[in-house]
Design a protein around this ligand. Structure first.
Ligand code: BGC
Length: 743
């Protein structure tokens, strides 16, 4: 059975045959060069460009696989390698590619997710900073280090919206919100790629996983996805579109099925939307083995069919399935895959190689001097510290227990106090975990002249033993203030790390109870790659800091927050549920026909009988050591014409006695529409610093596009009617509200 529509395929594969007149001069030059290379290529060599293999063996000791790979590279049968890194190895393997007949250089790719040598906070943590400049800088430094070391291409950013904290990969993305996610997608693409692809400090970015991978059933990795067209277009696709608009060089498709079709074989996603509607010019790489995985999905009967479906659907490069290598030649000869489609895929890949400058200098990015310099630049650690500081979220601070005042005896308790490798979590490359700063080291150093610091581990991250409790109680009793550092292990999130229970593992909550029972003030730092559930601590702790995984500078950044040198400004990029039973839980839900009004009257309402509907901590929430007041909301008009932008201004005042940053969030609700709309949706935000007593007026411009929603059959539409506008420092505590009408 044909699972694609030939007409759509032909319509969308002709980017490279567009008249050069409508391309820029540089584009036209590259297209010309691509064509001249393509003319020289045999069928086998064309297919060769589409193959990508992992290089963990190609640089290792002699083996059959190594020999096969080297032979394939030498005969032009490989277009790209992943996991070959460092100047020495990339030069060595590139030299083999240059022995091939046409000397087409390889693309070296790698998962540079949150740093190369310098370990930055994981992406979900960085998203909590709501600081696009910093996020861009973090990606740019990663690119600078990676590019000097021979890497051309990172498999980042992951722009999957994730509304399910059980899914281990929430740590790799920007959280649950589409608007925030789209802004972060752009920032990361600009950061990785630099001003222009081909610059020495930039590498190709890759928007992944296309699409809807974050919506896997039950938060279990690799699970199917089933969703409406409206949900796909409104919630899951916009960050990909933003990445495409920002010029992302590549896309990666995903492991999941979408409404029964593996994303890798989806003509709808890759040809109709990406290469068709969005006119995307880069290339699409499959996810690792995702072409072959169509067989166990029961979608393809064998590798031959899998290759046919993937290729016809627009998956240009085959990562580690060997499907194109084994099957494509026969498929072309049998007419099951058109030669024009193969040519289109090859051209897209060659285009990027030429744009990067590899045809002029295949070793352009492998430079010993630059590698040494980039990997040892002290500036990078300072920026990593700043990013880490801004990624910290203050969830609770009773009686202003933080920042720490005067000279105090501090007891540091918990299995993550001295953690180092955990702080890097997963997806690191050259992380020197020994040199990362633990909370223990950070605090010891910061408070060296002021406070005495004692330490007890208390318990392991996991496991049943409570043998360390007594020591923890003793040091707590002898202290003025207890700081506990708890959480999940660094490797409990990431790919294939779904959890059905997202409580703190092991005996950690019991440890908190016995320590709290000493009557001391207890500050808890929680670390993890996802929102964790710690209701008891939420209720009883005096202060709580959520730190996700902050990378190499975690200890220093947290010490600066404890000392008050840095006033926390992070806001949650994802909802924290009270229980797994509430999942999926997100702020932009639909009201239902029976919303809970008075919480005492929950009979026949859309409510749980054993839990509030509300989350433990809402999207956008986060405290500061200071307070802010919102006032003077003004609109340029109360009746807006279609196409006319709405200007919204407010005054923000720092009403506390220390300087601090606030993330001002603007939400809209389309009150009555031809499809039920969410209770609120983030449409803009601004992060700004104010001195004590200082006020600033902020203006937002709301274009009609922000009033639109997606309707099946009609696409993005706006409807006349009343909109509610809400502004505040958290999705659940908006401070200013008004309404306006779209005519
Ligand atoms: C992951 C991708 C990653 C690729 C290469 C896959 O298992 O899903 O996100 O880029 O491996 O390492």
């Amino acid at each position: 059975m044909k699972k694609y529509n030939l007409f759509t395929i032909l319509l969308c594969c002709n980017f490279f045959t567009l008249s050069p007149l409508i391309l820029s001069a540089q584009d036209a030059r590259i297209v010309k060069r691509v064509d001249s290379v393509l003319r020289l290529m045999t069928l086998k060599e064309k297919i060769g460009q589409l193959n990508q293999y992992t290089g963990t063996e190609v640089t290792g000791p002699a083996s059959d696989r190594k020999n096969t790979l080297l032979n394939d590279i030498r005969s032009g049968m490989v277009g790209s390698m992943l996991n070959v890194k460092g100047v020495k190895d990339t030069r060595e393997i590139q030299a083999v590619a240059l022995q091939s007949r046409l000397k087409i250089p390889l693309l070296f790719s790698l998962d540079v997710i949150h740093g190369y040598k310098t370990v930055f906070p994981v992406p979900l943590a960085e998203a909590a900073s709501w600081n696009m400049d910093l996020i861009r800088q973090s990606a740019h430094i990663s690119a600078k280090e990676a590019s000097a070391s021979g890497i051309h291409w990172t498999f980042a950013p992951m722009v999957d919206i994730a509304r399910d904290p059980r899914w281990g990969r929430v740590m790799e993305g920007a959280g649950e919100d589409t608007y925030l996610g789209a802004q972060i997608a752009k920032a990361r693409v600009y950061g990785f790629q630099g001003d222009r692809l081909g610059g020495i400090d930039g590498i190709m970015a890759c928007a992944k996983h296309f699409a809807a991978y974050g919506a896997a059933f039950a938060g279990r990795d690799y699970n199917p996805v089933d969703m409406s067209e409206q949900m796909l277009h409104e919630v899951y696709l916009p960050p990909f579109k933003a990445a495409a608009d920002a010029g992302v060089a590549t896309f990666m498709n995903s492991f999941n099925t979408l409404n029964g079709v593996p994303a890798t074989a989806s003509v709808y996603l890759q040809r109709d939307i990406l290469k068709g509607k969005w006119n995307y010019k880069g290339f699409v790489v499959s996810d690792w083995g995702s072409i072959r995985e169509m067989i166990p999905w029961g979608y393809a009967g064998n590798l031959n069919e899998a290759a046919e479906f993937a290729m016809n659907a627009g998956s240009d490069m085959d990562m580690e399935s060997s499907a194109y290598k084994q099957e494509l030649e026969a498929l072309i000869k049998a007419g099951k895959v058109k030669l024009s489609l193969l040519d289109d895929a090859v051209k897209r890949i060659l285009y990027k190689k030429i744009e990067l400058g590899l045809f002029d200098d295949p070793y352009k990015f492998s430079n010993v001097e630059r590698e040494k310099q980039a990997m040892n630049d002290p500036q990078h650690a300072l920026i990593a510290r700043n990013v880490a500081e801004q990624s910290i979220i203050l969830l609770k601070n009773e009686q202003h227990v933080l920042p720490i005042k005067g000279n105090q005896k501090i007891a540091l308790i918990g299995p993550l106090v001295k953690a180092k490798a955990d702080l890097a979590s997963t997806w690191t490359v050259y992380a020197d975990t020994a040199s990362m700063t633990s909370v223990y080291e950070g605090l010891k150093h910061k408070f060296r002249n002021k406070s005495s610091i004692s330490y007890a581990k208390g318990c392991d991250l996991n496991g049943n033993t409570t043998a360390g409790f007594e020591e923890a109680i003793q040091i707590a009793m002898a202290s003025d203030l207890v700081i506990m550092v708890l959480g999940e292990a660094g490797d409990m999130s990431g790919e294939a790390k779904s959890r059905s229970n997202i409580n703190l593992p092991g005996q950690q909550e019991a440890l908190f109870d016995v320590v709290k029972a000493t009557g001391k003030q207890v500050v808890v730092v929680v670390m993890g790659g996802r929102p964790l559930i710690f209701n008891h601590i939420a209720e009883k702790a005096d202060a709580i800091i959520y730190a996700f995984w902050l990378g190499a500078e975690a200890g220093n950044a947290l010490a600066n927050v404890f000392s008050g040198e840095y006033n926390p400004s992070g806001k949650l990029p994802i909802t924290f549920p009270r229980s797994v039973g509430q999942i999926p839980l997100f702020y932009n839900y639909l009201n239902t026909g029976r919303p809970v009004g008075n919480p005492k009257e929950i009979r026949y309402r859309s409510a749980y009988i054993d839990s509030p509907n509300s989350p433990q901590y809402a999207f956008g929430y986060g405290l500061s050591y200071t307070t802010f007041s919102y006032s003077d909301l003004k609109l340029s008009t109360k009746t807006l014409k279609k196409g006319e932008p709405l200007r919204v201004s407010i005054k923000l005042t720092n009403t506390g006695d220390v300087k601090g940053e606030e993330v001002v969030q603007l939400y809209l609700q389309d009150k009555v529409a031809s499809l039920a709309r969410p209770v609120k949706e983030l449409k803009d935000f601004r992060k700004l610093m104010l001195n004590p007593g200082e006020s600033q007026e902020l203006t937002f411009t709301i274009g009609t596009d922000k009033l639109a929603f997606y309707k099946s059959g009609a696409g993005w539409i706006t409807e006349p009617g009343v909109f509610k506008l809400m502004i505040g420092g958290s999705s659940d505590q908006t401070k200013l509200e008004t309404e306006f009408t779209l005519q």
